[in-house]
Design a protein around this ligand. Structure first.
Ligand code: ATP
Ligand code: MG
Length: 356
């Protein structure tokens, strides 16, 4: 692919629980597909995660972000265990990475996979992408609490939106929609949230006007949530603020089946900084160490990484390989099968060769 280097340096944080199982599985498939396409992926394994936290009192080494900055991408499994509070992994690892590397797009493809059953009675195929703003909006630290414990106690939390912040995520979503079926839905709530959401609507609209091929629909978040359950196949690209995108991502993921299959990317689209690729699922302590974890979410995240690094054909090859394995009935327990992680990995490796 034009502009793409034939070698990439990738920082790997397998993390905890099933991250330690699905990351090696995905790496073996990524290496196989890379070799077919003449690419070299150099993996730098970093043992950061909960054990590191127990030993050092922090999730990342002091110079951890500098280490990550030297790589072309970050490939993350899952960080977190039940006895360490979520805030440590979130504020000690994920948020510093997203902010330092200005990963302002959180990308969540939501697509029906062969043989993966939707909980919906009508299971027409769904193929949509959620573009969530990842750096500003409702998740701000501006605000506070007062009169603690008193009858009139109160809390205030400000949402913070900027013109450049909305513009850049809207540009990304518009370009993505133009490269797909040309449909862009913007999640809003301008009837109830009277300052930030009308601003969001105006900026998104002005960006989309630059692309005559893209058709914009603005939908109120409540109605959009309902229609994602009733008619998810009607959507192409959805652009949403940090909070709305967070909620819609889980909703849309649930509509298509297993959490074990869902991928995500935290992107710095200009590639000034490394982007991070991770499955939607967590460390799944209930099944960790049993060899039964579904590696598809990790594999698919790896395909997003290849695509972001400029290797769209290798990415498509990898996706075709795991789709072929699923279509042939190879699947883990969460998808109603009996195969283990290693069985699925073997089947995908075999399909990579067959489809080469
Ligand atoms: P975390 O706090 O790390 O996000 P969690 O318990 O909130 O962990 P998950 O780790 O995603 O969330 O697990 C949710 C459920 O989905 C668990 O029952 C888990 O076993 C199941 N699950 C998650 N990922 C997979 C996978 N890859 N394969 C099979 N089952 C999975
Ligand atoms: Mg969780």
């Amino acid at each position: 692919t034009a502009g793409a280097a034939a070698a990439a340096d990738i920082a790997v944080i397998a993390g905890d629980g099933i991250g330690l199982e699905v990351v090696p599985a995905a790496i073996s498939c990524l290496d196989r597909v890379a070799s077919v396409h003449g690419l070299t992926l150099r993996w730098n394994h970093l043992d950061w995660g909960s054990d590191y936290f127990r030993a050092h009192g922090r999730m990342l080494p002091v110079d951890g972000l500098e280490t990550l900055a030297k790589h072309d991408a970050i490939f993350l499994g899952a960080v977190g265990v039940p006895d360490i509070p979520d805030v440590e992994t979130l504020w000690g690892l994920l948020i510093p990475i997203r902010r330092t590397f200005d990963q302002y797009v959180n990308l969540r493809p939501v697509k029906t996979l062969p043989g993966v059953r939707s909980p919906l009675a009508d299971d027409r195929p769904v193929d949509l992408v959620i573009v969530r703003e990842n750096t500003e909006g409702e998740y701000s630290e501006v605000g506070g609490r007062s009169h603690r414990g008193q009858p009139h106690e109160l809390a205030v939390q400000e949402a913070l939106f900027t013109r450049p912040g909305i513009t850049r995520v809207a540009r990304y979503a518009t370009a993505l929609a133009a490269s797909r079926r040309g449909g862009l839905t913007s999640a809003t709530k301008s009837n109830g949230i009277v300052h930030t959401m009308p601003f969001w609507d105006e900026v998104v609209r002005s960006v989309v006007l630059e692309s005559p091929d893209v058709e914009l629909r603005s939908e109120l978040i409540d109605a959009l949530a309902a229609s994602l359950v009733l008619r998810p196949w009607d959507y192409d690209v959805i652009v949403a603020s940090n909070l709305f995108g967070d909620i819609l991502s889980d909703l849309a993921g649930a509509v298509t089946g297993s959490i074990g299959s869902a991928p995500s990317a935290n992107l710095n689209p200009e590639r000034v900084h490394p982007s991070m690729f991770e499955p939607v699922h967590g460390s799944a302590p209930d099944i960790a160490g049993q060899g039964v974890a579904n590696p598809v979410g990790q594999l698919w995240s790896g395909a997003l990484m290849l695509s972001h690094l400029g290797h769209a054909r290798a990415a498509a090859h990898l996706i075709a390989a795991f789709e072929a394995a699923l279509a042939d009935g190879v699947r883990t327990r969460d998808l109603g099968g009996t195969d283990g992680t290693a069985d699925v990995t073997r089947a995908v490796l075999e399909r990579i060769d067959r489809l080469a």
